[in-house]
Design a protein around this ligand. Structure first.
Ligand code: PLP
Length: 402
């Protein structure tokens, strides 16, 4: 006889705890930045996606406040009812210009955009090909669409070509989907090869540049630089606003028929409240800052070099990443938790990342750098990593969580 009907959930939760897979939230008591406060203690922050250091920029906060005075706090309805304002229009036009695409369409989050796009474009009888390390939202979009879902091994374009060559039905839609900068590994998708594969097989290519917008390319245009890759080559581009641009939301950029199709058919666009117009105003300011302030990208580049050199001298195994995402794969969840706890006791916050966010056996510290970190912040991180690595008692230290 069940007591409350949730006994099976309780036993699942217990098993997560026993396997070092339980997740819990940390309560942050400060605004975002290279230093954040938890439990009244200031820590150096090495796990945010605020790569350009814009999430707490005063100019963006002021634009947000001004936007609230102009538009109020909420959009009141979906874009298609009466929630779509000139602030959204202006931001969409600026994002289309920034990425060199004819049009852009705002979504409330990157998760919603990815699921919404794939589900609007594909259905039963179509095919979707996804990199094994794609973000969960891209995978969910593929699964929800009811199309035939195929993985290809991470970055393995030959396997992808082979899989595409076996398709019999030429009338089916085929979509290749990839992260631009891989969110948990920091490496870059082989865009050139993916474009060629898509061209020769008649597939569309969708690139989720969530971690590239603002960080890569001239003026932060992202990995899919429009002076190199046209809309005919990368037909579907997704960018998020909550990472380097420091606000929240996402956009899809591409040709007119793509955007109009999404407006007509994308359930995650149609059946949801529009992002607040004030947020659109804040994001427009943030985009202008990200475009102009090249020093932020240059500073990141220098910090990445310093970190990689120091970590290599410590004998740490780095992944081939030139992005601000610099993971250290340690294998088991317990070691990742223990190292994270050790870093925290040295004053550095870096949450452990475990399955299912990453594949089994590849738990890691996902270290991220920000343009607003200093060289001495990175030196402190390297000292903390040295200590964490040599700490013989690591596995007995209580862990932190993702
Ligand atoms: C590659 C990638 N795409 C999409 C998302 C989701 O974006 P958002 O946080 O705006 O929902 C993320 C963020 O976690 C991501 O890493």
């Amino acid at each position: 006889m069940h007591e409350n009907g949730f006994e099976d959930l309780e036993s699942e939760l217990k098993n997560l705890q026993l396997g070092d897979m339980y997740r819990s939230r940390r309560v942050v008591e400060s605004s975002q930045g290279p230093r954040i406060t938890l439990n009244n203690r200031e820590l150096l922050n090495f796990c945010s996606n605020d790569y350009l250091g814009l999430a707490s920029d005063k100019r963006i906060s002021e634009a947000f406040v001004k936007g609230v005075h102009r538009w109020g706090s909420g959009a009141g309805a979906s874009h298609l009812v009466c929630g779509h304002t000139s602030a959204h229009e202006e931001l969409e036009e600026a994002l289309a210009d920034h990425t060199g695409r004819p049009r852009a369409l705002l979504y409330s989050s990157g998760y919603a955009a990815n699921v919404g796009v794939i589900n609007a474009l594909l259905t039963k009888g179509d095919y979707v090909y996804e990199d094994r390390l794609n973000h969960a939202s891209l995978l969910d979009g593929g699964w929800i669409s009811r199309s035939q879902f195929e993985w290809y091994p991470h970055g393995d374009v030959n396997q992808l070509k082979q899989a595409l060559s076996t398709i019999q039905h030429n009338t089916s839609r085929k979509l290749i989907v990839t992260d631009g900068t891989f969110s948990m590994d920091g490496d870059l998708a082989p865009i050139e090869d993916l474009i060629n594969t898509a061209k020769t097989t008649g597939a569309w290519l969708m690139v989720d540049d969530a971690h590239g917008i603002g960080v890569h390319g001239s003026n932060g245009c992202g990995l899919v630089d429009p002076s190199i890759y046209t809309t005919d080559e990368v037909q579907i581009l997704v960018g998020t606003l909550g990472k380097a641009l420091g606000t929240s939301g996402a956009f899809v950029a591409g040709a007119e028929p793509l955007i109009e199709t999404l407006i007509q058919k994308s359930r995650n666009y149609i059946f949801t409240t529009a992002m607040p117009s004030a947020l659109a105003e804040a994001t427009l300011t943030s985009l202008q800052i990200a475009q102009k302030e090249n020093w932020r990208r240059m500073k990141l580049e220098t910090l990445i070099k310093t970190f990689r050199q120091g970590a290599t001298e410590l004998g740490l195994q780095l992944l081939p990443s030139s992005s601000p995402i610099q993971p250290i794969v340690v294998g088991s969840p317990e070691v990742a938790l223990a190292m994270s706890a050790s870093l925290e006791s040295s004053g550095c916050l870096c949450t452990a990342i475990r399955p299912p966010t990453v594949p089994e056996g590849t738990s890691r510290l996902r270290i991220t750098l920000m343009a607003t970190h200093t060289e001495s912040d990175v030196a402190r991180l390297l000292d903390a990593l040295e200590l964490a690595q040599s700490d013989k008692m690591l596995l007995s230290i209580d862990g932190t969580d993702h």
